[in-house]
Design a binder for this molecule. Structure first.
Ligand code: GDP
Ligand code: MG
Length: 296
């Protein structure tokens, strides 16, 4: 039995917004990575573990690889994605059904250069129209590279996710499990809390969300049977503070409430959350600040 066991890292890579994080959550069956309609929501490498009867898959969510890597934060995100790709036992190229862009070309070039074995997850098939273009689209993909498999899925609707998991497991090396039973992620509770707050911030701020926004849990303690959390929301200019706080603090309050409700659910317990908005000038261009926030 143990000889047939397979395990390894499967990196989900692709351009921004194709649904990598939604797919990670669907594959693992738990919300580990935050999701918003905005590109470049994911900034870190996030591992999510799935246990099958004869395999353990460590999925790696990554920031979207893209061409317009101007600022230090963007370059760091591209580096994070590229490193995860090169370290993977198997690469899962995530694309959006019926679409192929210059950034998809960039991702494919990285895969080719890495010589890692690769499969494709064709995501968002639920919204692919007209549907009869799906088969020709898949045939075109097959011509672009020697992919081991091409699997259409919908991460949002959880369609064909089991099939994708089986396909990935089959292509992993024979090896014993790397993570303990019950381990779901390599990320700390503090990280998950900070990310959940960042998701609610992005959703609340919508078009106004500053590029340089980050969240850091500064204190976590047991208080009166609740988990008390103080978190700092970092902006990179004084002028962004009022945008985040909103008139009479309404906006920050809404962010706090929705983050707290989501976290009560993820953590399965009540939470007392206090948010502070703080300014660190130009942190998104500052290598030391990026390191402090775990972004390097
Ligand atoms: P990432 O940037 O590649 O990690 O993409 P996200 O997982 O953050 O998703 C980006 C957007 O695409 C979000 O609005 C998701 O709800 C949406 N999305 C993800 N997967 C699907 C899918 O299978 N179908 C549809 N219709 N939307 C999806
Ligand atoms: Mg993402």
């Amino acid at each position: 039995m143990t000889q047939d066991f397979r395990s390894g890292f499967a990196a989900l890579v692709g351009r921004p917004n194709v649904g990598k994080s939604t797919l990670l959550n669907a594959l693992v069956g738990e919300k580990l990575s935050i999701v918003t309609p905005r590109p470049q929501t994911t900034r870190h490498r996030i591992v999510g573990i799935a246990n099958l009867p004869a395999a353990q898959i460590a999925f790696v969510d990554t920031p979207g690889l893209h061409n317009h890597a101007g600022r230090a934060l963007n370059r760091a995100m591209n580096r994070t994605a590229a490193t995860a790709l090169e370290d993977a036992d198997l690469v899962v190229l995530v694309v959006e059904a019926l679409k192929w862009t210059a950034d998809d070309d960039l991702v494919l070039a990285r895969i080719v250069k890495s010589s890692r074995p690769a499969i494709v997850a064709v995501n968002k098939v639920d919204q692919a129209r007209p549907r009869d273009r799906l088969l020709p689209y898949i045939a075109d993909l097959a011509k672009r590279h020697e992919f081991l498999a091409i699997v259409p899925v919908s991460a949002l609707k959880s369609h064909n996710i089991e099939d994708l998991k089986q396909t990935i497991a089959r292509e992993l090396p024979q090896a014993p499990a790397m993570f303990l039973d019950g381990e779901r992620t390599d990320r700390s509770i503090e990280f998950r809390i900070a990310e959940q707050i960042r998701e609610k911030l992005i959703l609340e701020l919508n078009q106004e969300v500053p590029y340089g926004i980050a969240v850091e849990v500064e204190r976590m303690a047991e208080e009166d049977g609740q988990l008390a959390v103080d978190a700092a929301i970092w902006v990179d200019r004084e002028g962004q503070k009022p945008i985040v706080i909103g008139a009479k603090g309404e906006r920050l309050k809404r962010v706090g409430t929705s983050a707290r409700l989501a976290l009560n659910e993820t953590l399965g317990r009540r939470l007392h959350l206090t948010l502070w908005v703080k300014v660190r000038e130009n942190w998104a261009d500052n290598a030391r600040a990026l390191r402090q926030l775990g972004l390097e």
